[in-house]
Design a protein around this ligand. Structure first.
Ligand code: SF4
Length: 437
């Protein structure tokens, strides 16, 4: 049994704070509690969670970039009630260290190795380790159709097939591209090496992160960008998965309940919130396709070609009191107007303030709300130096001018990310200011 904590130190809006179910975090629209699951649940269990979000919160449910459910708009009085009611549902809730595996692990015939036994052994072994950072995370990625390459991790194990057999590359900090290679290990060594590193981090205290052990190590040059979870995936046997997502990672409880009811009607028994703000449902091909069609007709993202899936937007205004812009409105307009720019080769980062909660890594293009309007940042994080600043009223036009420039300048076979990088901040700034009088 986990005790509920409303310690004031958790009620802040600092980055790095972790809004777990029993220690919710204060946001602009009240307390936010996270429901992290280790295994799939049924559509009716998800509908039950949505009803609790409506009863105890403001009825807004997020699916985070890491695939956690987040229930918003709780009060100090309602948050403990939500905690108790969620625990009474007997869901497979994650307790302790976050050890994440790809959402298709164990049922994806293209994976190099099933990462779940290693992940479970790390989870068990880490139970005795104290003083780890609250957001410490371990990724165990066995390969396959949906990888976790772009998620930040303190420690990452990645399966590789070698002439000598299966090996696990252990990386420290960052994504799979930016993480530093610590070692390449046999399966039997991977768990003990990870636990030894976690013990070392525990000894350093709750501020220590994986990157702190990476001095002097190099990256392995792995390419970035995980495949989109939206669309249909063929798994083992007759099993398929359909990836569906609420626009910008946020849905009304009613819309999710309607989706769950339809899933039940179609005989779907299993679903799981997953990476990149998606919901993966597992069933036969016909049921998966029927649910995806229902979801598409009801405003959900169902395809990687949906430009909304190429935008990372934080909740923004009015949900977050730090926000100066309505990020979802801005993002919806960008998706409508700039579909060819949003080709899936990069995430357009739309953020209500420089904290950049929705995309901690650099992006090819970011729009950041400021007191005076919006900053535009190229190849950087939200807090980096902008190449242009525009008034609120000019935002859509500015973005359209960038989209026009990329359309005109794109070379054969070049995607938007590569084109934006080649054009550089000076050309982008000139395009933004070109139409101004
Ligand atoms: S990035 Fe967005 S959600 Fe995060 S604090 Fe700023 S406005 Fe709020």
């Amino acid at each position: 049994m986990t005790a509920f904590s409303l310690d004031r130190s958790t009620l802040d809006m600092r980055r790095g704070a972790c809004p777990a179910l029993s220690s919710p975090m204060m946001t602009g629209d009240g307390l936010l509690a996270r429901v992290a699951l280790t295994d799939p649940i049924t559509p009716s269990q998800l509908a039950d969670l949505c009803r609790l979000a409506r009863r105890h919160g403001n009825g807004i449910v997020d699916i985070s970039a890491r695939g956690n459910l987040q229930i918003r708009g709780l009060s100090e009085a309602s948050a403990p009630l939500l905690d108790a009611d969620v625990r009474a549902l007997n869901l497979p809730l994650r307790d302790g260290l976050a050890v994440e595996t790809p959402p298709l692990a164990g049922i994806d015939k293209t994976e190099i190795a099933d990462p779940r036994p290693i992940a479970e052994a790390i989870r068990q072994g880490a139970r005795e380790i104290v003083d780890l950072a609250p957001k410490m995370s371990v990724v165990v990625d066995g390969g396959g159709q949906l990888r976790l390459s772009d998620l930040l991790a303190d420690i990452r194990l990645v399966a590789v097939s070698t002439d000598e057999g299966l090996r696990w590359t252990l990386l420290l900090g960052g994504t799979e591209t930016t993480g530093r290679v610590f070692n390449v290990l046999r399966e039997t060594e991977a768990v003990s090496a990870t636990l030894a590193l976690l013990r070392k981090l525990g000894k350093k205290g709750p501020k220590a992160r994986g990157r702190d052990l990476a001095a002097g190590l190099s990256t392995n040059g792995a390419p970035g960008r995980t495949a989109s979870p939206f669309g249909t995936f063929r798994l083992s046997g007759d099993l398929f998965a359909a990836g569906i997502g609420p626009a910008f990672g946020q849905a009304n409880a009613e819309d999710l309940i309607a989706l769950c009811n339809e899933a039940e009607r179609l005989g779907i028994q299993s679903l799981k919130p997953a990476l990149d703000h998606s919901l993966l449902v597992f069933a036969g091909q016909t049921a998966c396709e029927a649910l995806a069609a229902f979801a598409g007709n009801n405003g959900f993202i169902t395809s990687p070609s949906d430009p909304r899936s190429a935008i990372a937007a934080c909740p923004g205004s009015p949900a977050c009191s730090s926000a100066t812009v309505a990020t979802h409105e801005l993002s919806a307009k960008a998706a409508e107007d700039c579909g060819d720019l949003l080709d899936g080769s990069f995430k357009l980062h739309v953020t209500g303030c420089p904290k950049g909660c929705a995309h901690p890594e650099p992006s090819a293009l970011a729009l950041c709300g400021t007191a005076a309007g919006l900053s535009l940042i190229a190849q950087g994080k939200a807090a980096d130096k902008p190449f242009a600043s525009v008034a609120f009223a000019d935002t859509n036009n500015s973005l359209r001018r960038i989209a026009d420039l990329v359309r005109d300048e794109r070379r054969a076979g070049e995607n938007s990310a590569a084109c934006l990088a080649r054009l550089g901040p000076r050309r982008l700034a000139a395009a933004v200011t070109s139409g101004r009088s």
